[in-house]
Design a protein around this ligand. Structure first.
Ligand code: FAD
Length: 389
C-alpha cells in the first residue's frame, strides 16, 4: 500500500511562485495539509514578470501531473513564440513568424500572471497566507516555528523553501553563497505598450524580439495584458549596481546611462527608456556553484531558485523549479521511502544534479550571448532549431 510520509503532518511552503504553488497543488491532490506563506500582500499586488515557455518533461509535465494542462492550453499564447532576431541597428536577421512550429508546439508560452492564476485557483481556499514574509525560524518539537515579519508565527512539521533567488530560508540548509555570472540585466515594464512605446510594440508583431551585438543583448515581448517587459543585459563588475549611483526610479538617469552603455545601438531602442510610466529593476545575475551540496535534514528542504538560481539565458529556471515540485511531491507520497529524510536525500541528490545541468547549459548560453560573435552564433542556433533556410 502507498504510504504518504506526510500523513497527519503540517507542511509549510515559504514562497508562492511557480515552484511553491505547483508543489502545494500536487500535495493537496494527495490530501496533504499544506500552507503557502507568501510575502505579497495579496494575489494582485505585484506585476508578474516575463512570459515563460514551458518545456516537455519539466514545466509542461508539472501542469499535466497537476491536472491543469487543459487550463494551461486555454491560456497559452501561440503568438508569443514567434520571434525576430535583430542586430543593434534593429535590422531583422531572422523572422520565424508563421513557422515558429518548434517553439509553439513543444515549448508553448504563457504569461506568468495567468499561469499563477491557474495554480492559485486550483488550491483549496485559504491555502496561501498572504502578507507572510519569512523572517526566521527555530526548531520546535520535531518541526519548526516560523516567524513572519508581520509578527505572526506558524508551526510546521516540514518546511519547504520556495522563496526564490534571494531565499531567506536557504541559509538554514546551506551557507554557500552564489557566484556572480559577470552579467547584469536591467528589466523594464511598460503598461499599455501600444500607446506608450508604439514603435517597438508594432515592430514585435505580437511576438518577441531579441537583439545581440557588441557583447550585450536586448530582449522584449508583449504580453496578453497589453504590457511589454524588456531586458537590457550587459557585462559589468559585481559591484556595478552599488557603485553606479543611478536612481532607478529616475527615468532621466536611466536613459542617460543607457545612451552611454548602449552608445553603438540604434536610437530606436531609447523609446523604452522615454516611455511613459516605465519602471526599472536592475538584476545582477548569480548562480549557485555546480558542485554544491548540503546535509539533508528530516524536516526542511528547498526547491526552485532558492536551491539553484541561475541567469535566465536558457529559459530553464521556472521549468526546473516546476520539475522540483513534482519530483518532491512524488518522493514524499509514493510510498517508496521509509522516512522523510530518506525521501529528501534522494530528492536533493537528483535535484542538485538537474540544477547543475541546467546551470551549466545556462552558463554556456551566457558565454555565447555575450561574446563578440553573439549575433552570428544566435543566428546559426535559431536557423538550426527551426530548420529554416
Ligand atoms: C527577466 C527574467 C526572465 C526569465 N525568463 C525565464 C524563462 O523564459 N523561462 C524560465 O523557465 N525561467 C525564466 N526565468 C527564471 C524564472 O523566473 C525563475 O527561475 C522562477 O521564477 C523560479 O521560480 P521560484 O518559484 O523558485 O521562485 P520565484 O518565482 O521567484 O518565486 C518566489 C516567491 O517567493 C516569494 N518570497 C520571496 N521572499 C519571501 C519571503 N522572505 N517570505 C515569503 N515569501 C517570499 C516571492 O514573492 C515569490 O512569490 C526568468 C527570470 C528573469 C529574472
Amino acid at each position: 500500500m502507498k504510504t504518504n510520509l506526510l500523513k497527519n503532518k503540517k507542511i509549510a511552503i515559504v514562497g508562492g511562485g511557480m515552484a511553491g504553488l505547483t508543489l502545494a497543488r500536487l500535495l493537496q491532490m494527495q490530501n496533504v495539509e499544506v500552507k503557502v506563506y507568501e510575502r505579497d500582500f495579496n494575489r494582485d499586488v505585484r506585476v508578474q514578470g516575463s512570459t515563460l515557455d514551458l518545456h516537455e518533461g519539466t514545466g509542461l509535465e508539472a501542469m499535466k501531473r497537476a491536472g491543469l494542462l487543459e487550463e494551461f492550453y486555454k491560456n497559452h499564447r501561440a503568438a508569443a513564440s514567434e520571434m525576430l532576431l535583430v542586430d543593434r541597428a534593429l535590422n531583422i536577421k531572422f523572422d520565424d513568424h508563421g513557422f515558429a512550429k518548434f517553439t509553439s508546439e513543444t515549448r508553448p508560452e504563457i504569461d506568468r500572471a495567468p499561469l499563477r492564476d491557474i495554480l492559485l485557483n486550483s488550491l483549496h481556499p485559504h491555502t496561501v497566507v498572504w502578507d507572510s514574509r519569512f523572517s526566521s525560524m527555530e526548531k520546535e518539537n520535531t518541526g519548526w516555528r516560523i516567524q513572519f515579519k508581520n509578527g505572526t508565527t506558524a508551526y510546521a512539521d516540514v518546511v519547504v523553501a520556495a522563496d526564490g533567488a534571494n531565499s531567506q530560508v536557504r541559509p538554514y540548509l546551506s551557507s554557500l553563497k552564489p557566484v556572480y555570472s559577470g552579467v547584469t540585466l536591467l528589466q523594464g515594464d511598460i503598461d499599455e505598450a501600444a500607446k506608450n512605446t508604439p514603435g517597438l510594440f508594432t515592430f514585435a508583431k505580437g511576438g518577441k524580439v531579441m537583439a545581440f551585438d557588441d557583447e550585450k543583448m536586448i530582449g522584449y515581448g508583449s504580453k496578453g495584458d497589453g504590457s511589454i517587459m524588456f531586458v537590457a543585459a550587459f557585462k559589468c563588475s559585481q559591484s556595478w549596481l552599488s557603485e553606479c549611483g543611478i536612481d532607478f526610479k529616475n527615468q532621466d538617469q536611466v536613459l542617460s546611462w543607457f545612451k552611454k552603455e548602449f552608445s553603438t545601438w540604434s536610437e530606436g531602442w531609447q523609446e523604452f527608456f522615454t516611455a511613459h510610466g516605465v519602471s526599472f529593476i536592475p538584476r545582477p545575475q548569480y548562480y549557485f556553484p555546480l558542485d554544491q551540496k548540503w546535509e539533508t535534514q528530516n524536516n526542511l528542504t528547498m526547491i526552485g531558485d532558492a536551491a539553484h538560481r541561475m541567469p535566465p539565458f536558457a529559459g530553464e529556471g521556472a521549468n526546473v523549479a516546476m520539475q522540483d515540485s513534482f519530483e518532491l511531491a512524488d518522493v514524499l507520497t509514493n510510498g517508496r521511502f521509509s522516512d522523510i529524510k530518506a525521501a529528501l536525500a534522494y530528492f536533493e541528490q537528483d535535484m542538485i544534479t538537474r540544477g547543475a545541468d541546467a546551470t551549466r547549459m545556462t552558463l554556456e548560453n551566457t558565454e555565447k550571448m555575450f561574446s563578440k560573435t553573439s549575433l552570428e552564433q544566435m543566428l546559426s542556433f535559431f536557423k538550426n532549431v527551426h530548420g529554416a533556410k
